[in-house]
Design a protein around this ligand. Sequence first.
Ligand SMILES: *[C@@H]1O[C@H](CO)[C@@H](O)[C@H](O)[C@H]1NC(C)=O
Ligand SMILES: *[C@@H]1O[C@H](CO)[C@@H](O)[C@H](O)[C@H]1NC(C)=O
Ligand SMILES: *[C@@H]1O[C@H](CO)[C@@H](O)[C@H](O)[C@H]1NC(C)=O
Length: 527
Amino acid sequence: MPTLRLPLATLVLAVMSNPCTCANILMITMGGTKSHKIPFWELARGLIPRGHNITFLNAFPADFLIPGLEEVTPAGLVFYVKNFTNWDLVGARMRGEDPVHPLDMLRYAHESCEALLSDTETKSFLRQHHRGTFDLLILDGAFPECALGFAHHFDAPFMYINTVGFYTGSLSNAGNPSPYSFIPFLSTDLTDSMNTLQRIRNTVWYLAAEALHSVTVRWFLQDVVRKHFGEDVPLVYDMAKNVSFILQNGHATVTYPRPYLPNVAEIACIHCKKAKPLPERLEEFVRGSGDAGFIYFSMGSSVKAANMPVYLRKMLMVVFRKLPQRVLWKYETDDEMADLPSNVLLGRWLPQQDILGHPKLKAFVTHGGLLSMFEAVYHAVPIITMPVFCDHDSNAAKAETDGYALKLDLTTLTAEKLLSAIRKVIQDPKYREAAQKRQRLLLDQPETSLERAIFWTEYVLRHKGAMALQSPSRHFGVLQYYLVDVIAILVLSLLACYYATKFLTRLVANYAVQSYVSEDYAHGKVE
Ligand SMILES: *[C@@H]1O[C@H](CO)[C@@H](O)[C@H](O)[C@H]1NC(C)=O
Ligand SMILES: *[C@@H]1O[C@H](CO)[C@@H](O)[C@H](O)[C@H]1NC(C)=O
Ligand SMILES: *[C@@H]1O[C@H](CO)[C@@H](O)[C@H](O)[C@H]1NC(C)=O
């Protein structure tokens, strides 16, 4: 089949003869949890061997080095985020409170921006690097507004990694359709099939969130950006419309099927990796569990397990003690726990994917963080979710719909409920089978998420943006986008036609009657 081989050969030649579209890339995330860094790291790991230089600005000092990646973590931002996130989210959720108050969410956007931009390290970074230093900026699609000031400063094209897959704000601002009728709001437990009441709830959530976002950006954040980058900085919402490409941290199989414009590509599981052998200490512990196997318990990095209420910790101990399985528990403290059951091992940092891919693992108890959910599917592990905040409820609802998860509510959690959920997920094979089915669906793709992300990043570099892929819909207001103006004009025209016709008919009828009558007069038939 020479016709098929020829283009491939040309492609290979083209790539070899032009091995480097080498560029300087600046990545920025203002994300308040470390998990926001992970998709950026993975993309950087893929880009660096291809000759790109990457600088990564974020709020979490690196605890390991990636050769070729320069991380900038201004102390002011690091401190602000650390202080802001010293929270007990689980306790708040259990007491039925908002884990993070909506007003605190608002405050976060402009305060973290001020903390970043007034920092001396940031200032010297901006002085040392000028317009043209960076060929491309890759920003976090969740809270990109502050970082857009950098895109203005460096006058470079920019793209997003939309780290919070269920967040639609950055997508809809770039002109993507995001109908409230089947796209659940990120902090609800709604799915993509909603009845009328649920659609009302979903719509109210979206409208409220958009109003708050608009207030915080227009009234507070815009001023911070102007103060530091100059009065000529356009409205950040307008700058955001220019986003060249969006790498969306989702995939139809694990988030939901959604309509996207051609400058969006899904990259869920860009960070997923085959399991490596466990460190010896862990492997020994896990192997000691015999046929019963083990379960893995982790509330992720944003939810600090060590800050959880004492009564929850006690409850967990009661549950774990009753299990025939061994339990690996991610817990961030160096203190010994006095009443720790003998079948439990604590770890401050545990190699999550190597654990999830371990053949002896029976179930994963998780807070429902997006990356953890992707990993659970990638390694086909049935899960029990205990959603805490942000997008956890959405993620958990999707996993439950797909049949590989049981969801527990922290506000009504008891030892019996947790114990029976763990037993059910382990004993009923349908959960593991559903996880395996999801895994097959997720993996059945023409290329890996990383390959796709690299291709589109270099596409934007090659074309200095992605103008050809951007839709003019991003400039439309609500009236124009939903054709409200057109519908109004059409309805008015129809009404006008209707009444005009009615009026004319009456006129003609009257005239006809009159002329008939007057004709009769003329012929002298009327006495
Ligand atoms: C990347 O950094 C190295 C070392 O600082 C430099 O020699 C090289 O020119 C840079 N590459 C680009 C594309 O600027
Ligand atoms: C730290 O956080 C607390 C609670 O959110 C806040 O009241 C306080 O002002 C913060 N401290 C600093 C120095 O930002
Ligand atoms: C968006 O990009 C276009 C083309 O590069 C540019 O002319 C325009 O000023 C940009 N808009 C904003 C608000 O930055």
